[in-house]
Ligand binder design. Structure first.
Ligand code: NAD
Length: 505
């Protein structure tokens, strides 16, 4: 599927050379922790390597934060809150957020290429992430002044209900959209008047560190602190810290449950954006071309490493053969290759560990009787052999109870089910522990609305997918999470309510 005409060995060395040059140009100057406005080594002096999933080469050694560093970051954040940030007017905070948005927009290409290097995502998609990150700051900048509170004149008392920041919030994010997830966390936290200690994923710390460099002159010292490190070290220290007043976590449901348990010890407010296993339903009235394009994007965008990925296809019996043939042809047309190239549709997964995880699911699916209509392995292409690639895969014939259908694979793997009985299809669509998102493809708007209501999930797309815009809240039902991002209600998650009851007697 590679478009190159040179030998695989030459292609491999071209890719390596392109990546080495890009790394020289793009790597952040600082790969330390960012605490109190300074880049500092980890207290332990330890580092960890972040690896380019396209070449397997080490990109950088990054300071490995642990509990001692998180303590320092939380202290710095409280100092910033007490001495600076809580004294800023809403207008001044709004300007900071707007300046951050402008700065990100001024560096779209650079940040997108860095993200592509560290994560493996196609650079064309990384640009969408980076623009989305800027939009986050712009949207929440707009909400900063929308905080009027309420008053009540009730007989002998006068009541005021005001919103106050928590002070210091702890935020932990995953590797699939590194800068975008950082912006989903930082923008509402700062808009709500808080300071943050944010831990990026150990697989992809670089864009958050470059972000810190870029906004260092804009954000007062200590308002944003970035502590890269491992989940069991820095992650648990952030989410269980007694002086962190609110925890926001995005990641797997398994870890989300642990985070929620540890927050219970200090009765800390927690929001969780977790995994998904979203259904995408195709009705027989739509054109095959439209269905194929939407389903392809629903599952293969970002190499399938999307919490909202449409990973279970329910296609109506009447169009199933045509849609599946169309999907196989579309997969065949995909350009799998170097994510730094604009024409690439599918890059490597983020790490060798994630490849193994996906391949384990494919093996289970084979054992469970799945028929592979496309893919099912690493690509048989010498030119891709250094990277963490998995073929785009279509599987039919699995029982809906099988592991590959019930569990989040987080890779380019779509399970297909044909339907003709609507109620039975909806029963299966809802028969998973997750409830993050869903897709409905039909031109019958009444039917689309009915199905959107019938699917148990927090976000339903009708005739599109992955289209997330600030202002439309995103988050999960069931075990996909608690709380919403991207909406005005997100600001509520970062503020606490104070009632002041003034006696007029
Ligand atoms: P993960 O849960 O393994 O890790 C997420 C983050 O948590 C990382 O920074 C990790 O270091 C940290 N972590 C790990 N163990 C921890 C612990 N015990 N305490 C505190 N922090 C800990 O998930 P991942 O593999 O990085 O990301 C993929 C998952 O994220 C998928 O399940 C995906 O669906 C989910 N996700 C959800 C959304 C959403 O908005 N719902 C968005 C993106 C990703």
């Amino acid at each position: 599927m590679s478009s190159e005409s040179e030998s695989p060995t030459d292609q491999l060395s071209d890719v390596r050379e392109r990546h080495q040059q890009a790394a020289q140009e793009l790597l952040p100057e600082h790969t330390d922790l960012y605490i109190g406005g300074e880049f500092v080594a980890a207290d332990s002096g330890e580092t960890f390597d972040t690896v380019d999933p396209t070449t397997g080469d080490v990109l950088a050694s990054v300071a490995r934060g642990d509990a001692a560093d998180v303590d320092a970051a939380v202290d710095a954040a409280w100092t910033a809150f007490d001495e600076t940030w809580s004294n800023y007017s809403a207008g001044r905070r709004q300007r900071v957020l707007t300046d951050i948005a402008d700065t990100i927009e001024d560096h779209v290409d650079e940040l997108a290429r860095l993200e592509s290097l560290d994560n493996g995502k196609p650079v064309s998609e990384a640009k969408i992430d980076v623009r989305g990150a800027a939009e986050q700051f712009r949207y929440f900048a707009g909400l900063v002044r929308e905080n009027p509170g309420e008053t009540m004149n009730a007989g002998s008392r006068y009541g005021q209900v005001i919103k106050e920041p928590y002070g210091v919030v702890g935020q932990v994010i995953p590797w699939n959209f590194p800068l975008l997830m950082a912006s989903w966390k930082l923008a509402p936290a700062l808009a709500g008047g808080n300071c943050s200690v944010l831990k990026p994923a150990e697989e992809t710390p670089l864009s958050a560190l470059r972000f810190a460099e870029l906004v260092d002159d804009i954000v007062p010292d200590g308002v944003v602190n970035i502590v890269p490190g491992y989940g069991e070290e820095a992650g648990t220290a952030v989410t269980g810290h007694p002086d962190v007043r609110k925890v926001a976590f995005t990641g797997s449901t398994a870890v989300g449950k642990q985070v929620m348990k540890s927050a219970a010890d200090t009765v800390t407010d927690v929001t969780l954006e977790l995994g998904g296993k979203s259904p995408i339903v195709v009705f027989p009235d739509v054109s095959v071309g439209k269905a194929v394009a939407l389903v392809k994007s629903a599952i293969f965008y970002n190499t399938g490493e999307c919490c909202e990925a449409g990973s279970r296809l329910f296609v109506h019996e009447d169009v199933a053969d045509d849609v599946l043939d169309g999907l196989v042809a579309a997969i065949d047309d995909m350009t799998i290759g170097d994510p730094l190239r604009e024409e690439t549709d599918l890059g490597p997964k983020v790490s060798a560990e994630q490849v193994d995880r996906t391949l384990d699911y494919l093996e289970k699916a084979r054992d469970d009787g799945g028929q592979f209509l496309a893919g099912g392995d690493r690509p048989d292409d010498e030119a891709l052999s250094a990277g963490c690639y998995v073929e785009p895969t279509l599987i039919e014939g699995l029982d809906h109870d099988s592991d590959a259908v019930q569990e989040e694979i987080f890779g380019p793997v779509l399970s297909v089910f044909r339907w003709d009985d609507y109620d039975e299809m909806i029963r299966l669509a809802n028969d998973v522990e997750y409830g993050l998102a869903g897709g409905v493809i039909t031109d019958d708007i009444t039917q689309a609305n009915t199905t959107a209501r019938d699917i148990e999930a927090g976000y339903i797309w009708i005739n599109s997918y992955h289209d997330l815009v600030p202002g439309l809240p995103f988050g999960g039902y069931k075990q996909s999470g608690i709380g919403r991002e991207l909406g005005s209600e997100t600001l509520d998650h970062y503020q606490q309510t104070k009632t002041i009851n003034l006696s007029l007697r």
